[in-house]
Design a protein around this ligand. Structure first.
Ligand code: SF4
Ligand code: SF4
Length: 422
């Protein structure tokens, strides 16, 4: 939890209208409380001020009645995982994600609301590392060396890195077609740490017969983490880069649920026709596969427990696509927790590690209950952040692309297909 005593924050009343949110969105909440059971923070804390209703009340107090942007307000905002489970459950269509992004933007504009160490770490992460892919890759080599020297604890959840994978880019920007049917968007952290998932996604996409390309220059960081942190100007700059890296009409396939959710909202973020057209082209990986002709898959007989990433379920509303594409090859099981968040939340698991751990404990219990009795059960997650957070708790977590690639039936005309494409 944010240490209130260590923050140098405003203690006097804030000027009215300090949050960049629309008043009609703020007053749309009728305080019915129907969202409360869907809030992971409320479930672990039982505290009204950490519920969606309590957070909206705090925003109203600041925005409409001039309450101070004090340490209590900072803690109330920063302990939100931004899972948007409340938004999906709200009968009054309160745009909680939008409101929270506005609150975070107001806090990000006031450096005094962050401790100095955290400000420095955020500056490094958001302005030096994430937008500069070469820097991120160089740091990843250091992590690789650290893993070999056993200096990186497994509880960090970083996947086992491979020098072969790091040395080998996904492909030239032109990909395998000058006018592709689809782009596969590699992202920043996922390209550095989970590039083999992208390779499996490419194999699956090409198995549909599609001509697949990767983005040109600028098609790395999508700005989703910046947006969550309230760094809206930087998020817009990165979004413009991503839009221009994938020209044409081809589908933009994203195998990270968090990135895909952000890119589907570029239209609203940038407010241009170009961005709206781009957002309409974005598909989650499983969503895109489900739209193609059915793949030739073998029945593996394996049991898979489905974890729905919040940004796939509550924002993109495409969680059924994962089940649709995996069902021919796997025995699928659902959890009994109504899709409650796992606590990963982008960098939330780093900055609020204790709370993220408490939220994860509930999720791990639900996933284990669902897999009970199946000796070989694995968990499937369509979001790299959730996968790493859950793997750090000892679960075997796979991406849908990995599971589909494992189940691809060899084509009779290309019996060597699986090894040749790998
Ligand atoms: S956010 Fe929606 S569900 Fe939650 S208390 Fe307000 S109106 Fe009710
Ligand atoms: S976004 Fe998630 S953590 Fe935040 S208030 Fe809503 S349900 Fe709770």
């Amino acid at each position: 939890m944010v240490a209130e005593a260590q923050l140098d924050v405003e203690v006097h009343g804030a000027p009215l209208g300090v949050l960049p949110v629309a008043e009609d969105e703020l007053v749309a909440c009728v305080a019915c409380g129907l969202c409360l059971p869907h809030c992971p923070m409320y479930r672990v804390s039982g505290l009204e001020q950490l519920s969606p209703r309590g957070r909206i009340a705090a925003m109203r107090a600041v925005e409409l009645y001039g309450s101070p942007l004090d340490a209590a307000f900072v803690a109330t905002m920063e302990t939100c995982v931004q899972c948007r489970g409340c938004e999906a459950a709200c009968p009054s269509s309160v745009r909680f994600g939008h409101l929270m992004e506005g609150a975070r933007e107001a806090l990000a504009a006031r450096p005094a609301t962050r401790r100095a160490g955290r400000r420095a770490a955020e500056w490094l992460g958001y302005t030096v590392v994430l937008p500069r892919h070469a820097v991120l890759l160089a740091l990843t080599w250091l992590v690789y060396a650290g893993q070999h020297l056993r200096l990186v604890p497994r509880r960090f959840g970083i996947p086992r890195l491979s020098a072969r994978s790091l040395r080998t880019p996904l492909g030239a920007p032109a990909g395998d077609a000058s006018a592709p049917d689809a782009y596969l968007y590699p992202g920043c952290v996922m390209d550095a740490w989970q590039r083999d998932v992208h390779r499996d996604a490419l194999r699956v996409m090409r198995a549909t017969g599609a001509r697949v390309a990767v983005p040109g220059r600028g098609g790395d960081c999508c700005g989703a983490l910046h947006l969550h942190a309230g760094r809206v100007r930087e998020a817009r700059r990165l979004a413009r880069r991503v839009v221009s890296s994938m020209p044409g009409d081809a589908a933009v396939v994203v195998d990270s649920a968090g990135c895909g959710a952000a890119m589907k909202e570029y239209g609203e973020l940038l407010g241009t026709d170009e961005a709206r057209d781009f957002s309409a082209r974005v598909r989650d990986f499983s969503e895109w596969v489900a739209e193609q002709a059915p793949l030739a898959l073998r029945d593996t007989g394996r049991t898979v427990v489905v974890q729905d990433p919040c940004h796939l379920r509550h924002v993109q509303h495409r969680e059924t696509a994962v089940r649709a594409v995996l069902a021919p090859a796997y025995r699928l099981r659902d959890t009994d927790d109504d899709g409650l968040c796992c606590g990963a939340g982008g960098v939330y698991s780093l900055v609020e590690a204790e709370l993220a751990g408490s939220i994860r404990n509930r999720k791990v219990d639900a996933l284990r209950r669902a897999g009970d009795g199946a000796r070989d059960a694995v968990v499937v997650s369509a979001n790299p952040g959730c996968a790493m957070h859950l793997a750090a708790a000892g679960l075997d977590v796979r991406h849908p692309a990995r599971l589909l690639a494992d189940a691809l039936a060899p084509r009779p005309d290309r019996p060597d297909q699986e090894t040749a494409d790998a």
